[in-house]
Design a protein around this ligand. Structure first.
Ligand SMILES: *Cc1c(COP(=O)(O)O)cnc(C)c1O
Length: 408
């Protein structure tokens, strides 16, 4: 008899996006003339940088001739891309990460989800609340949690991110083995200082824990003092793995390219307490289960680091940050408390009540779609997330409509 992995039955159906879609559809059918503006999405809307498009065209042409055709590439990624990443994203910031510590992949979603596979199933782990759901669900699938009760899974340490702690979670009271952190944060848009991040690195070193640091929104950081990488903290290489992506940086959400940094110095242990290499394990897992990102896409990612590419990426980020500033300006005028939007494309707004009530209010009275924070965890129940991923014209229109609707 073929049997299933029953851990999958513990997963909560994600009603969030289906419920949003249903309410939006109902509203649209009753108000066919209203042009709905979607500020709920976490998806890029600007076209790929011209430098990436040029690299795509020329690499596709290479594939068209036998003499320059490429078949299977290295599973870990082509050296041309790994070297550029090491140089521009790390060494240029005085962070000593080598090209062979970088694993190219088709997404930070997959990598943040898959990384737990090389860790024991009986470890304890902590996730932020509110949280990017991938960290939680993949651990549920792996059997690291109990049942779901009262909005939370048993056997997860939830790191509460609230107004009281400036959306930077406090260290867990009892030791945990694995910790997920995401800064700049999705969904809150909050950032972490070097001093606060150093506390987590110290904690991990003292407790022999591992930090999985999701830096997918690193490119949105404007404040010079904020760390772009956890490896800017001394000692982090021994206790942290970092995830990056070209998705939000350069609009690769549909093109697919990301990378994971597993330093050779990163420590983990077997059941006898002997040190084992996470780098070796991840290399084995990655090369067994993944066959590399396509050659043209890796060439497109490489172009992000060219002079033209850097300039074009900076323009895209600046465009979204102008949207974010406009959103924050309107929220401030309306007297709504919010975080984010200064070093991230998300603004996390205190709904002063149930997040679905504000969602309905904005939809019905302003024709604007947001994401109710309840979909990201218990600590999101009183918040909504607005995203800066849209055209400036639409953001401007949305802010004017929200202003009119909420001042009534
Ligand atoms: C968008 C996002 C990613 C990136 O995912 P990709 O699979 O690389 O597109 C990773 N982490 C968070 C928190 C995100 O919001």
């Amino acid at each position: 008899m073929i049997r299933i992995n029953e851990n999958f039955l513990k997963l909560q159906a994600s009603y969030l996006f289906s419920t949003i879609a249903k309410r939006v559809n109902d509203f649209q059918s009753q108000n066919p003339e209203t042009e709905i503006i979607k500020l709920g999405i976490g998806d890029a809307t600007r076209a790929l940088p011209a430098a990436c498009i040029a690299a795509l065209h020329s690499s596709v042409d290479e594939m068209a001739a036998d003499t320059s055709f490429r078949g299977y590439g290295p599973e870990q990624g082509y050296p041309f891309l790994r070297e550029k990443i090491a140089q521009h994203d790390f060494q240029a910031r005085n962070v000593d990460i080598a090209a062979d510590e970088i694993f190219i992949s088709d997404g930070a979603k997959c990598d943040t989800g898959n990384f737990q596979e090389i860790l024991s199933t009986d470890i304890s782990f902590a996730v932020p609340d509110p949280v990017y759901p991938v960290y939680v669900d993949t651990n549920v699938m792996a059997g690291r949690t109990g049942e779901f009760e009262n909005g939370r899974y048993q056997n997860i340490t939830y790191l509460e991110c609230t107004k009281e702690n400036n959306f930077i979670p406090d260290l867990p009271r009892s030791p945990v083995d694995l910790i997920y952190l995401c800064f700049p944060n999705n969904p809150t848009g909050a950032t972490i200082s070097k001093a606060d991040l150093a506390k987590w690195v110290d904690y991990a070193r003292k407790n022999k824990s591992l930090i999985l640091f999701d830096a997918a929104y690193e490119a949105f950081i404007q404040d010079e003092e904020l760390p772009h990488s956890i490896y800017e903290i001394p000692g982090a290489k021994e206790v942290a793995v970092e995830f990056r992506s070209f998705s939000k940086t350069a609009g690769f959400t549909g093109t697919r390219c990301a990378f994971t940094v597993v330093p050779k110095a990163c420590k983990a242990y077997d059941s006898k307490g002997a040190q084992q290499s996470l780098h070796a394990l991840w290399n084995r897992r990655h090369s067994t289960k993944f066959n590399g990102v396509s050659y043209p896409v890796q060439r497109a990612a490489e172009a992000v680091y060219s002079e033209a590419g850097k300039k074009q990426v900076a323009e895209i980020i600046a465009y979204y940050m102008k949207n974010a500033a406009r959103i924050r300006q309107e929220m401030d005028l309306l007297g709504l408390d919010c975080v984010g939007g200064r070093n991230s494309p998300y603004i996390w707004i205190d709904a002063k009540g149930d997040s679905w009530d504000l969602f309905d209010n904005l939809l019905n009275n302003a024709g604007v779609v947001c994401t109710p924070g309840a979909g990201f965890g218990t600590c999101g129940n009183q918040y909504i997330r607005l995203s800066a991923f849209n055209s400036f014209e639409n953001v401007e229109k949305a802010m004017n409509r929200i202003s009119r609707a909420l001042k009534k």
